[in-house]
Design a protein around this ligand. Structure first.
Ligand SMILES: NC(=O)c1ccc[n+]([C@@H]2O[C@H](COP(=O)([O-])OP(=O)(O)OC[C@H]3O[C@@H](n4cnc5c(N)ncnc54)[C@H](OP(=O)(O)O)[C@@H]3O)[C@@H](O)[C@H]2O)c1
Length: 332
């Protein structure tokens, strides 16, 4: 099968090579001897793959390896008792191996794809939307009627967070860096949009009548202290990622003075040994998709052989919504 491997840790420009390799067996590292085999139609591309080309991500497989944590595709075979079956359209989280024509995922990380969603949207469903639900509801304890400030709001996690928050009855304030990204945040359903290079903290306090209830932060860096200042009493700031480059440090007296909380949200690490929690998240995201709230925004599509361009787009802060690789199966 055709696939793209990371062959050296030199960044998006030099790390990738298109290869012809054997198809995987129906076995996944999380479920040895068992797995759902999926014919890939679209593979999701995300920040972790950029980091993997430099050896900077926490998951560091031996070289060479096929990156790609999630796909949209069609089930070729599934183990007995699985919730998905041969011929089903699915969104599948495979962890690695997605930049290929065929991949294997654990049964409990495969979800039927809602009728209204295409394969590219399926490739943008699990990592971002399951993280968004986990961060907002399970970690951030979001309730109906609360106001959420979302950083990096035109990105993959950001657009998913806006849609899930809206579906859970919250009001959303998006923080973005450009006109183009403002348009994407509005397309995702943001109620208000403010600029990361403007007085966003004061605007957020004004727009929320004194402070927001929840901040979802996939960006980190310098803006973190202002995120805490934008919260109302009992406010929570959920740490999701660090695309801004630096990991913020906090003077904890701010938490005491404001009666605030900082909460970590690491979806992958949390659900990997909690199949029940992941099924619950999948069911809630499916419910929100059925209600029309979950509609992944696909910002850029590349053929498999242009995986490096997809990674460069993310690396240069140019991505909006989900970036995907499309596998042209009709030409196989
Ligand atoms: N905790 C978890 O479970 C979990 C799960 C999935 C992803 N993540 C992490 O969440 C983060 C966001 O992922 P994503 O897929 O949403 O990424 P993305 O689509 O590339 O969006 C990230 C956003 O970060 C903002 N940003 C600010 N400074 C940046 C910089 N120097 N370089 C690049 N972007 C910058 C950009 O928005 P503006 O230009 O508008 O500022 C950009 O739209 C990543 O760190 C990822 O590893 C965590």
């Amino acid at each position: 099968m055709r696939a793209v491997q990371i062959v050296e840790l030199t960044g998006p420009d030099g790390a990738l090579r298109e290869v012809d390799i054997r198809e995987p067996e129906a076995s996944h590292m999380l479920t040895p001897g068992s797995g759902v085999v999926v014919d890939v139609h679209a593979a999701g591309v995300s920040f972790p793959e950029v980091l993997q080309t430099r050896g900077e991500y926490q998951v560091k497989p031996d070289l060479p390896f096929v990156p790609g944590s999630e796909v949209g595709g069609v089930v070729r075979s599934a183990p007995e008792g699985a919730a998905v079956h041969e011929g089903d359209r699915v969104a599948a989280f495979c962890m690695l191996g997605g930049f290929a024509e065929t991949v294997v995922a654990p049964e409990w990380l495969c979800f039927p794809l809602a009728d209204g969603l295409d394969f590219a949207q399926g490739a943008g469903l699990i990592l971002n939307y399951h993280t968004a639900y986990f961060a907002l509801r399970l970690r951030g304890r979001l309730t109906d009627g609360e106001t959420v400030l979302v950083h990096g709001a035109a990105g993959g996690v950001g657009t998913a967070t806006i849609q899930i928050a809206k579906g859970l009855g919250a009001r959303t304030i998006a923080v973005v860096s450009s006109d183009q990204k403002e348009a994407v945040a509005r397309e995702a359903g943001a109620d208000e949009v403010v600029r990361s290079d403007g007085p966003w903290k004061d605007q957020a306090k004004e727009l929320s009548g004194g402070g927001v209830d929840l901040v979802i932060d996939p960006v980190g860096g310098d803006r973190f202290t202002d995120s805490l200042r934008s919260l109302r009493e009992n406010g929570r700031c959920v740490v999701v990622g660090f695309t801004g480059g630096s990991i913020p440090e906090v003077r904890v007296n701010r938490l005491l003075l404001g009666n605030l909380e900082i909460i970590g949200a690491g979806w992958g690490a949390y659900v990997m040994n909690k199949v029940g929690v992941e099924r619950e998240i999948g069911a809630e995201v499916a419910r929100l998709a059925d209600q029309g709230h979950v509609k992944p925004i696909v910002g850029a599509r590349f053929p498999l052989e242009r995986a490096a361009d997809a990674l460069r787009l993310i690396d240069s802060r140019g991505a909006t919504g989900k970036v995907v690789l499309e596998i042209q199966r009709s030409q196989l």
